[in-house]
Design a protein around this ligand. Structure first.
Ligand code: ADP
Ligand code: ADP
Ligand code: MG
Length: 504
C-alpha cells in the first residue's frame, strides 16, 4: 500500500480524504494557500506545504507547484478530491508522467467524459439511452432550429465543456433561438474557454437520479446504487438522498446495468458517477458522467457501508475490488444537506466573515463532514460550501425527522448559512411525500416569501438594537455604543433567537 499521499484540495473534501488516509495508515500531505495557513485540513495532515497566494489559479489550480510538493515530500500518489484539478485530464497525465499515481480514472476517460458531446456519442454507441439531442456541437442557427422543430420546444442549449450547473439556456420558441445561441456561446467561452455548444430536448419536471460506479484495474465494474439529487438550486444540488424515493428494485437493476455499461464504454477506473434524468413516465436518459468522487458521496456510504474514499485509494493501488455486485446491500435511508455560507433568506447571497461560534449537532445517525472550525474566516476566494450534514435512519421518514432535529440543533454565528433553508425542505409536504422534481426549489420557495420572513425578524432586531443604544446612552457611554450595536447586528441573541424559533 502507499505510504504517503498528497491531497490536492482544501475544505471538507481534503479533510475527508486525510481521514481516510489516517485510517489506512497512510501519511497525508496537505497543500495550502496563504489564507489557509490555519485551515482544518492543514492541521489534520501529517505535513503541509504552502503553494501560493489565495486565488485558486495561483495555488490549488497550480499543477506544477503541486507536483513539486509531491516530489519534495516523497508522496507516491495524488488525490484531487472534487473541483479544482479533479477533472483536468492533462494534469492527470502529468502526474502519471512524473511517476506518481493519480487517484482517479485515466486521462483519456477524463477527457472523453469531460466533453458532454463526446460522452453522448460513446453512450449512444454503447446502447445507453441519452437525452434526445443534437449529434454533436451546433454552429448555425439553422441547425439549432432544425433540431428544435423536430424534437419540439422547449429545448436546452448546453455548453459541451460545461459544469457546475452553468452554461445552460432554455429556449421556448423559435424567436428566442438566435439571441439564446449567441448568449450561450459567449457564456461558454467565458466560463469554460470553449465556444462548443449543443442542444438537448428540455425534459419537463424531471428527476435527477445518479448512480455511483466503481471500477478496478482488473476489469471489474460494479455500481453502489443511486442517489436522488432533484433538490437543486440553479441546477446545483443542495439536498441529496439515498435511495431515491421513487426507485424500484427492477428500475435499479436496469439503470444500474446502464451505469456499469457507461463505465465500461469509456474504459473507466476508480470512482465515478453516471448522472441520469428520469422523466414523468420513468424513462431514464444519460446526462453526463462525473469522473471523480462526488460531493454527495456520503449518502451512498451511509446506506451501503462502503467507505468510498478508502476504496478509491485501494483501487488506485492496483488492488481488485473487494466486493462483487451481489455483495452490495442497501440498508436504511440517508439524507445530506449541503451547508453553504450563503444567506438562504436573502436570495442565497454569498456571505463572508468569521465564524464566531460553532456547535454542530451530533447523536445517533448524524454525521458531519466539515472543513471549518470556530474562528475560521470564510473568504470570497473559494466555494461557499463549508460543510455537509448527513442523517441516516432505518427509513426515509425517520431520516427526515432526524435531519430536521439535527438542523435545529446546529449553532453557527458570524456567517449566514443555508441551514434555515434545509429545515424548510425537511418540513415541506411534497418533499416528505417524495413527490418532487428538479423544479422543486423554484416552485416551493418563492424568494420574496423568504425575504418577507427575514424582514420581519430584522425589524425585531432593529428595535432591540435601538433600545439598547438608547439605554446605554442614558448612562453616557458613547464610546462603547458603536461597538455594541455592531456586535448586535452580527451575532445578536435576538437574531439568533429569531432564527431558532421562526420555523417551529
Ligand atoms: P457534484 O457534481 O459532485 O454533485 P457539483 O455539481 O456541485 O457537485 O460539482 C462540484 C462543485 O464543487 C464544483 O462545481 C465547484 O463549484 C465545487 N468545488 C470545487 N472545488 C471545491 C472545494 N475545494 N470545496 C468545495 N467545493 C468545491
Ligand atoms: P453540469 O455539468 O453543470 O452538472 P448537467 O448536464 O449534469 O450539467 O445538468 C445539471 C442539471 O441541469 C440537471 O441535474 C438538471 O436539473 C438540469 N438539466 C440538464 N439537462 C437537462 C435537460 N435536457 N432537461 C431538463 N433539465 C436538464
Ligand atoms: Mg451534472
Amino acid at each position: 500500500m502507499f505510504k504517503k499521499i498528497l491531497v490536492a484540495n482544501r475544505g471538507e473534501i481534503a479533510v475527508r480524504i486525510i481521514r481516510a488516509c489516517r485510517e489506512m495508515g497512510i501519511k497525508a500531505v496537505a497543500v495550502y494557500s496563504e489564507i489557509d495557513r490555519e485551515a482544518m485540513h492543514v492541521h489534520l495532515a501529517d505535513e503541509a506545504h504552502l503553494i501560493g497566494p489565495a486565488p485558486a489559479s495561483e495555488s490549488y489550480l497550480s499543477g506544477d507547484k503541486i507536483l513539486e510538493v509531491a516530489k519534495k515530500s516523497g508522496a507516491e500518489a495524488i488525490h484531487p478530491g472534487y473541483g479544482f484539478l479533479s477533472e483536468n485530464g492533462d494534469f492527470a497525465e502529468k502526474v502519471k508522467q512524473a511517476g506518481l499515481v493519480w487517484i482517479g480514472p485515466s486521462a483519456s476517460a477524463i477527457h472523453s467524459m469531460g466533453s458532454k458531446t463526446e460522452a453522448r456519442k460513446i453512450m449512444i454507441n454503447a446502447g445507453v439511452p441519452v437525452v434526445p439531442g443534437t449529434e454533436g456541437g451546433v454552429e448555425s442557427i439553422e441547425e439549432a432550429i432544425a433540431f428544435a422543430s423536430q424534437a419540439g420546444y422547449p429545448v436546452l442549449i448546453k455548453a459541451a465543456m460545461g459544469g457546475g450547473g452553468k452554461g445552460m439556456r432554455v429556449v421556448r420558441s423559435q424567436e428566442e433561438m438566435p439571441g439564446a445561441l449567441d448568449g450561450a456561446r459567449r457564456e461558454s467561452i467565458n466560463a469554460f474557454g470553449s465556444p462548443l455548444i449543443y442542444l438537448e430536448k428540455y425534459i419537463e419536471r424531471p428527476r435527477h437520479i445518479e448512480f455511483q460506479v466503481f471500477a478496478d484495474h482488473h476489469g471489474n465494474v460494479i455500481h453502489l446504487g443511486e442517489r436522488e439529487c432533484s433538490i437543486q438550486r440553479r441546477h446545483q444540488k443542495v439536498v441529496e438522498e439515498c435511495p431515491s424515493p421513487v426507485m424500484t428494485p427492477e428500475l435499479r437493476e436496469k439503470m444500474g446495468a446502464s451505469a456499469v455499461e457507461a463505465a465500461r464504454a469509456c474504459g473507466y477506473q476508480n470512482a465515478g458517477t453516471v448522472e441520469f434524468l428520469v422523466d414523468q413516465e420513468m424513462n431514464y436518459y444519460f446526462l453526463e458522467m462525473n469522473t471523480r468522487l462526488q460531493v454527495e458521496h456520503p449518502v451512498t456510504e451511509m446506506v451501503t457501508g462502503v467507505d468510498l474514499a478508502q476504496l478509491q485509494i485501494h483501487v488506485a493501488n492496483g488492488k481488485p475490488l473487494p466486493y462483487s455486485q451481489e455483495d452490495i446491500e442497501m440498508r436504511g435511508h440517508a439524507i445530506e444537506v449541503r451547508i453553504y455560507s450563503e444567506d438562504s433568506l436573502n436570495n442565497f447571497l454569498p456571505h463572508t466573515g468569521r465564524i464566531r461560534y460553532l456547535r454542530p449537532p451530533d447523536g445517533f445517525g448524524i454525521r458531519e463532514d466539515s472543513g471549518v472550525r470556530e474562528g475560521d474566516e470564510i473568504s470570497i476566494h473559494y466555494d461557499p460550501m463549508i460543510s455537509k450534514l448527513i442523517a441516516w435512519a432505518g427509513d426515509r421518514e425517520s431520516a427526515i425527522r432526524r435531519m430536521d432535529r439535527a438542523l435545529a440543533e446546529y449553532r453557527i454565528t458570524g456567517v449566514r448559512t443555508t441551514i434555515p433553508f434545509g429545515r424548510l425542505v425537511m418540513r415541506n409536504e411534497s418533499f416528505r411525500k417524495g413527490d418532487f422534481d428538479t423544479s422543486f426549489v423554484e416552485r416551493e420557495f418563492e424568494i420574496e416569501h423568504l425575504q418577507a420572513r427575514e424582514k420581519a425578524w430584522q425589524k425585531v432586531a432593529a428595535v432591540a438594537a435601538a433600545w439598547l443604544r438608547h439605554h446605554e446612552r442614558g448612562k453616557g457611554r458613547h464610546e462603547e455604543n458603536a461597538h455594541t450595536v455592531q456586535v448586535m447586528s452580527e451575532s445578536s441573541g435576538w437574531k439568533a433567537r429569531g432564527r431558532k424559533t421562526e420555523l417551529r
